[in-house]
Design a protein around this ligand. Sequence first.
Ligand code: AMP
Length: 275
Amino acid sequence: MRSASRPVRQRGQRLGFVPTMGALHEGHLSLVRTARASSDVVAASIFVNPTQFGPNEDLAKYPRSFERDCEMLEREGVDLVFAPSVEEMYPAGAVTWVTVEELSGKLDGRSRPGHFRGVTTVVAKLLHIVEPDRAFFGQKDAAQVAIIRRMVRDLNLPVEIVVCPIVREPDGLAMSSRNAYLDPAQRKQALVLHRSLMRVQQMAEAGDHVVSKLITAGRETAAEENSVRLDYFEIVDPDTLDPANDLSRGALVAVAAYVGTTRLIDNLLLQPIPR
Ligand code: AMP
């Protein structure tokens, strides 16, 4: 990978990088297109990172479609695909981790201990290997965005992080590789995540700015689908992931829920509302 990426930068060209776990969909492709539009050379990685999965999570059954993914990336004009093996990324005896303290225990980090440590470790490694000028991430994983931004700042990594908006299905469901796990009934039930966010947005737009009230309304909406088990529904500061007291700095409304055994996440950003 380095022997492909170094000459790009030596030529003075801008290298854009899109890290993924494969099983690509339009959400991933929107990142690729944004990278394509602002880079001379685009690299994407496909790596199902074992260290970000908990012991009882879906690592073994995580969808894998390497050939199809490569075709999609080629069609989008991606120049380089990096698809390392697990052994290459984690040589036997690897004991070194990158951890963003505090933030990694919030939101998804609370219900998925060790998840963000796995994410930051692999992203740090990928950034070291690829050495891109810019790396592209989706707002879909809002906590991940906050944590990676913090890591890049704290470690002085020479890369610009670009965040791209959430891509949704026409009915509002946020695109996710994990949507493939849903049967038709669950696929309908899963819409309650987006509905709960919309409820909060509508209330905020109608002038309801009391955070606790907005959270209650979001949770009530999420509870309307009684087969969906809410993990969290929170309104937090998008950078610190701490609970927001008001909407003066803008806020991240984030939801996670289990539909059957599938854990889905979604979120929305509320614009700052002066106190
Ligand atoms: P993943 O393959 O799930 O690790 O995702 C790779 C990248 O694609 C991450 O930066 C995700 O945030 C981003 N991504 C996944 N789904 C979406 C979506 N629906 N909209 C925008 N970005 C997404």
